[in-house]
Every structure is written in structure tokens, then in C-alpha cells.
Design a protein around this ligand. Structure first.
Ligand SMILES: Nc1nc2c(ncn2[C@@H]2O[C@H](COP(=O)(O)OP(=O)(O)OP(=O)(O)O)[C@@H](O)[C@H]2O)c(=O)[nH]1
Ligand SMILES: [Mg+2]
Length: 397
């Protein structure tokens, strides 16, 4: 991915290997992108990836995700290279996790708890902290039986009743109690936020949406002249920020929110629904795309799916293709026999415009390219909505 690396050098970096399954019809460059993204997640969490393991399969194995042969190969490598953790590119079921842990005898993470871990480290507000903790406990609950394997190891498989079982039962009860407590707390926070939103003036609401790391916060900072945290890591933003922005004489509210990602853990989406209220209640969406990312078309798809889940797919949307300064024309498809002409940015632009009706602008937020056109477009949209909603309100113009 060629991303710069910023590690916390005070800590010893944990060394990881990645495991992915290649399903039929998946192109090699897609597989590479998926694992690159997983590596970027590991990097964001503070680890370093030593090796990728992949296996071609119809679908992940129900018991062990990959085949037993592949698992042995991984085990040999983990042992020889003293690897700290093995990260799987999908959510593992409780039984998969148990089986794999027994085989590999090393820390196992899956895509979901890796993302949850990053979120936990990022959460700032009470709302985000509560949401992440809730998602983590819900993830943990069906996997509590993992404790058995530790007990099994310690006790050599004998004496499984008694303290072990009680321990799990009381742990489960504690977690369930905590879950309902967190849900109550979230409800309260939601109610407070709702009142806050209702008390806001009748300004038009615009929300920045998009895949993680595409430049949403950078654009927010540019438009609102604010200082929202932006960096080259995944999920720099977790909490929604709302700012009042004025373009020419038209004020509106702009919100910056959590980025989306492929295979976002189900619990997490549920728990973050209220954070995404700003998106659901927005009048206009600005869908930001990182056009310099090799997989940006997949990312657009993921974002649209997530918007669909939120019931926000049919909103007035402006498409912003950001990072045009970093766009590199892809090489002729090296994995394919057929020759495909390299796609320049202007080729892509033409074909996109021919097939899509949403207003679209290609910009560079960091180099300030085409920003005036973008602002003009936004201004026109906001003004149009404002005039139709408040026909007699001359105050603002
Ligand atoms: N080359 C280039 N980099 C950019 C541009 N816009 C933003 N970036 C960089 O992209 C990285 C991510 O930017 P953010 O604004 O944090 O992205 P985000 O969409 O808010 O990311 P999350 O909050 O993590 O979902 C940062 O390192 C930015 O400096 C651009 O136009 N060109
Ligand atoms: Mg951000």
C-alpha cells in the first residue's frame, strides 16, 4: 500500500501473519488488496505483518477456516519465526476460533476483533466508548467457552467440572448484566443527543460519508476551517463532529463521521447506528472517494451498501473523487492475458459521468485543486434545498 508507518516505538511491535481465503472468481489483485487492507489494520493497531498465507477454497472451512494442511504450514512458520499473533481476514465463528487456537497455540485475532481493538483505542466521547464496549462484550459472549481450552491445557483434560464451569457461568452473567447496563446508558445518551439536534436551528444538514482514510476529515477541516484529527491511519475519526459552515452567505451544518470498511463487524454497525444519525438525518451527503486507491470502486460499493443498511441511500448525494494528485494510471492488467488499455483519470472521469447522474467533482483536498468548483456545487445544492424548504425566508440571502 506504500503508506507511511508511524509506530509507537516505546512498545515492542507484535509480529503477525495474515490468513485469507481466495474464493472462486476473486481476482489475484483483489486478494492482494484485501490482505493489504488487513495489514493496514494491523499497522494501525500497532503490529507488523511478516507473512501472508492464502488458500483457494469454495468458502472458508467450517471447522478451521483454512484446510488442516494449510494450518500445519502456518503452525510451522509461527513456531520457527516466533510469531505473536495470527490474523484471519474474516470473522471467525466461536468454534473455528476454538479449533484454530488449539492447533496454533498462539494469539488468534479475526478482522472483527482487530477493528474493535482499533475502535477501543480511538473512542473519545462517552457515546463512542460505550458503543465500542458494548460491541466488544457482544463479540465476547458466545466465545467465552474459549476458557475451556485454557483449563483443558492446564488440567490435562481432566476435572472439567467444578470451578471452571462456575467461572464461565458467573462470567457470562456478569457480561450480560454489563451489556444491559451499557444499552441503558446508550439510550440515555441518544435521548440527550436527539434533544440537542432538535434544538438546533433549521439549518440544512450536510454529512461527509465514505470509506475510511479517504480524506473526509481533511475536507471538513478545509471547509469548516476547523481542526478535526486527520491522519494516514484507519479510523482516525470515530466520533461525529458537527460544524457550522458558511459558503458565501449560506450557512449550513457539516458533519464528519466514522469511515466505513468492508466486512464491518455486524455488532459494531448496530452499536454505531446512533453515531450515524447525522448521516441518516442529513439533507445532503458528500460521498468522498480516494481515487488514488487501487480498489476505490469496491470501496464505493461498500459505502453504498452501508448507506443502504442505514436507509440513507436515496439522499441527494455529491460524489467527490479526492486525492487526484496521487492517482497513478494502473498498469496493464498483469494477471490477465487480454490486453486492457490503461485507464487514465480523464478516461475514468468520462466513463463515470456517462453512467452516473449524481453531481461529481474531482479534487485534491491537500493540494487545494478544484476546491472552488466543489464549494460552488455545494452552495447551489444547499441554497436550492433551503429555498424550497423556507420559501419566505429572505434572511439568509
Ligand atoms: N495525496 C493526498 N492525500 C490526501 C488528500 N486528502 C487527504 N489526504 C490524506 O489522507 C489521509 C487520510 O485523511 P483523513 O482526512 O484522516 O481521512 P478520513 O476519511 O477522515 O479517515 P478516517 O477518519 O480514518 O475514516 C491523511 O494522511 C491525509 O493527509 C489528497 O487530496 N491527496
Ligand atoms: Mg476522519
Amino acid at each position: 500500500m506504500g503508506k507511511q508507518k508511524t509506530y509507537d516505538t516505546a512498545l515492542k511491535q507484535e509480529r503477525a501473519v495474515l490468513v485469507g481465503v481466495i474464493t472462486p472468481g476473486e481476482k489475484p489483485e483483489q486478494t492482494k488488496e484485501y490482505l493489504d487492507e488487513l495489514a493496514f489494520l494491523v499497522d494501525t493497531a500497532g503490529g507488523v505483518v511478516e507473512k501472508n498465507f492464502t488458500q483457494k477454497m469454495l468458502k472458508p472451512d467450517r471447522a478451521t477456516f483454512v484446510g488442516t494442511g494449510k494450518l500445519e504450514e502456518i503452525q510451522a512458520y509461527v513456531k520457527a519465526e516466533e510469531i505473536d499473533m495470527v490474523v484471519f481476514d474474516d470473522e471467525l465463528s466461536p468454534s473455528q476460533l476454538r479449533n484454530i487456537e488449539r492447533e496454533l497455540q498462539v494469539k488468534i485475532l479475526d478482522r472483527s476483533n482487530l477493528i474493535l481493538d482499533i475502535f477501543a483505542g480511538r473512542a473519545q466521547t462517552a457515546q463512542a466508548k460505550t458503543q465500542v464496549e458494548l460491541a466488544q462484550l457482544q463479540y465476547l459472549l458466545p466465545r467465552l467457552t474459549r476458557l475451556w481450552t485454557h483449563l483443558e491445557r492446564q488440567k490435562g483434560g481432566i476435572g472439567m467440572r467444578g470451578p471452571g464451569e462456575t467461572q464461565i457461568e458467573s462470567d457470562r452473567r456478569m457480561i450480560l448484566e454489563k451489556i444491559s447496563l451499557l444499552k441503558e446508558r446508550l439510550k440515555l445518551i441518544d435521548r440527550q443527543n436527539e434533544t440537542q439536534r432538535k434544538n438546533r436551528t433549521q439549518l440544512i444538514r450536510v454529512a461527509l460519508v465514505g470509506y475510511t482514510n479517504v480524506g473526509k476529515s481533511t475536507i471538513m477541516n478545509m471547509l469548516a476551517k476547523s481542526e478535526v484529527f486527520a491522519e494516514n491511519k484507519l479510523f482516525a475519526t470515530l466520533d461525529t463532529t458537527v460544524r457550522k459552515v458558511v459558503i458565501e452567505n449560506v450557512p449550513f451544518l457539516l458533519s464528519d463521521t466514522v469511515g466505513f470498511i468492508r466486512k464491518l463487524p455486524h455488532h459494531l454497525v448496530e452499536c454505531f447506528k446512533s453515531t450515524l444519525d447525522e448521516v441518516r438525518e442529513a439533507d445532503i451527503l458528500i460521498h468522498v472517494v480516494d481515487v488514488s486507491h487501487p480498489n476505490f470502486e469496491d470501496q464505493i460499493h461498500t459505502v453504498n451498501e452501508t448507506l443502504n443498511d442505514l436507509g440513507a441511500r436515496d439522499k441527494d448525494t455529491i460524489m467527490i473523487f479526492n486525492k487526484i494528485d496521487a492517482y497513478v494510471t494502473p498498469k496493464t492488467d498483469e494477471y490477465n492475458e487480454e490486453e486492457i488499455a490503461p485507464l487514465t483519470l480523464s478516461d475514468f472521469k468520462k466513463s463515470w459521468m456517462a453512467h452516473h447522474s449524481s453531481p461529481t467533482i474531482f479534487i485534491s483536498a491537500t493540494r487545494k485543486e478544484n476546491i472552488e468548483e466543489f464549494k460552488q456545487l455545494l452552495y447551489d445544492k444547499v441554497k436550492a434545498i433551503h429555498t424550497s424548504r423556507y420559501p419566505y425566508d429572505k434572511l439568509l440571502y
